[in-house]
Design a protein around this ligand. Structure first.
Ligand code: DAH
Length: 338
C-alpha cells in the first residue's frame, strides 16, 4: 500500500516536472487529485480494510494527497513566473504605439444632430415615425387629394402589400397628432424615398426634418421667428430670411422660406444663380382640414409646420456641389469630416 503511494508520487513528480503549460497542468491536477483520481479511489477502499488499520491508511493517503498538491501548486507558480518574465522581456516600453484608424460621423449624421440640438434648445421634442407607411399617413390625413400627382407611381414607391415608402416626414405630424393632444412642439428627422433618378440634386433616398407646433394662439410670426432663429444657428447670425407664397395641401397659407446665400452672403453668385437667395424649407399654418381629420379642435388651436431637406442643408453648409457625393461613401471624402 505504502509502496503503491510512493510509486504514484514518483510518477507524478516526473510528469508534473515535465509539464510545460497551465492547461496541461490542470489535466494532471484532475488526474492526480481530482474526483476521479486514483487517490480518491483509494479512499473508497477504506471500508475493505480491517478497522485497526484504517487510521494509518487514511493518514497515508492524506499525506500523499498533500504532497501531490504541493507539487502541482509549486509547478503552477513556476509556470506563471516564467510567463510573466517572458512577457516582460518582450515588452519594449520605448516602442511607438500602434495607431488605430479612427472613424468619424457621416456629414449627414453630423448635420442632423446639429439640427436636433438647435431645436431641442428651443424646447422641441424629437418624434420618430416609420419609413414604411400607409396612404392615410402619407397622403389622406395630410389633406392630399386622391388625384394629386405626388401619389403617382412615378413619384412614390409602393410596396406589394399596398403600403409605401414615405415620401416626406410630414407623416410624423399625423402620427404625433393622433397620439398626443396640444400643446405639441416636435421635430422629426428621418429618411424619405421618392422615385427620382439620381442626379446632382436628386436621390431616391434623402433626408428631411419635419417640424410641428400646435397650441392656442400660434401665429405665422412665431413660425418665421423659429425658422429664422434656426437658420442663424446653423449658418451664422448674419443670415437673412424671406417668405414666398407657395402651396402645400396640408398647410394654409403655405410658404417657402429662402435664406440669404451662404456662399456669397446675398451679393449673388453661381450657387444662388445670382439671386442672392437659397430655398431653405417649405412651411405654413396647419390646414384646419388636417386638424379636423385628426379630431383636434380647429376653432381652439392653430399651428405651424415646416419641412426641410437635411441633404440640401449639408450641401450648403459644406459647399458640396453634388448630392451623390453624400451617398457614394468615398473614404477620401468622408475622411475630411472625421
Ligand atoms: N413635406 C413637404 C415636402 O416634402 C415639406 C413641407 C412643406 C413640410 C410644408 C411641411 C410644410 O410640414 O408645412 O416637400
Amino acid at each position: 500500500m505504502q509502496l503503491q503511494l510512493e510509486e504514484l508520487i514518483v510518477k507524478a513528480k516526473q510528469e508534473i516536472g515535465q509539464c510545460s503549460n497551465l492547461s496541461e497542468l490542470a489535466n494532471l491536477k484532475a488526474q492526480y487529485v481530482g474526483k476521479k483520481s486514483e487517490l480518491n479511489n483509494l479512499f473508497g477502499k477504506l471500508k475493505d480494510i480491517p478497522a485497526e488499520e484504517r487510521p494509518a491508511f487514511g493518514q497515508a493517503v492524506n499525506r500523499a494527497r498533500n504532497k501531490l498538491e504541493e507539487l502541482i501548486d509549486g509547478r503552477e507558480t513556476e509556470l506563471r513566473n516564467s510567463i510573466w518574465n517572458q512577457t516582460k522581456q518582450g515588452l519594449d516600453l520605448t516602442m511607438p504605439g500602434t495607431a488605430y484608424p479612427r472613424g468619424g460621423l457621416h456629414p449627414l449624421t453630423k448635420v442632423m444632430r446639429e439640427i436636433e440640438d438647435v431645436f431641442i434648445g428651443m424646447g422641441f421634442a424629437i418624434a420618430e415615425g416609420f419609413d414604411i407607411e400607409d396612404e392615410f399617413h402619407n397622403f389622406d390625413a395630410l389633406n392630399t387629394p386622391k388625384d394629386h400627382p405626388s401619389r403617382n407611381l412615378a413619384d412614390t414607391f409602393y410596396l406589394k402589400d399596398g403600403n409605401l415608402l414615405r415620401t416626406q416626414t410630414s407623416t410624423v405630424q399625423v402620427r404625433t397628432m393622433e397620439k398626443y393632444p396640444p400643446p405639441i412642439r416636435i421635430i422629426s428627422p428621418g429618411r424619405c424615398y421618392r422615385n427620382d433618378k439620381p442626379d446632382a440634386s436628386h436621390s431616391p433616398v434623402f433626408h428631411q426634418v419635419e417640424g410641428l407646433v400646435v397650441d392656442e394662439g400660434v401665429t405665422m410670426a412665431d413660425m418665421k421667428d423659429t425658422l429664422h432663429r434656426f437658420a442663424k444657428s446653423i449658418f451664422g447670425n448674419d443670415v437673412q430670411v424671406r417668405l414666398r407664397p407657395h402651396f402645400f395641401p396640408f398647410t394654409e397659407p403655405s410658404v417657402e422660406m429662402d435664406m440669404s446665400c451662404s456662399v456669397c452672403g446675398g451679393k449673388g453668385c453661381r450657387v444662388c444663380k445670382q439671386s442672392g437667395w437659397l430655398e431653405l424649407c417649405g412651411a405654413g399654418m396647419v390646414d384646419p382640414n388636417v386638424f379636423d381629420i385628426l379630431k383636434i379642435d380647429s376653432e381652439r388651436y392653430t399651428g405651424y409646420a415646416f419641412g426641410f431637406g437635411i441633404d440640401r442643408i449639408t450641401m450648403m453648409k459644406y459647399n458640396i456641389p453634388d448630392l451623390r457625393i453624400l451617398y457614394d461613401n468615398d473614404l477620401r471624402v468622408l475622411r475630411q469630416f472625421s
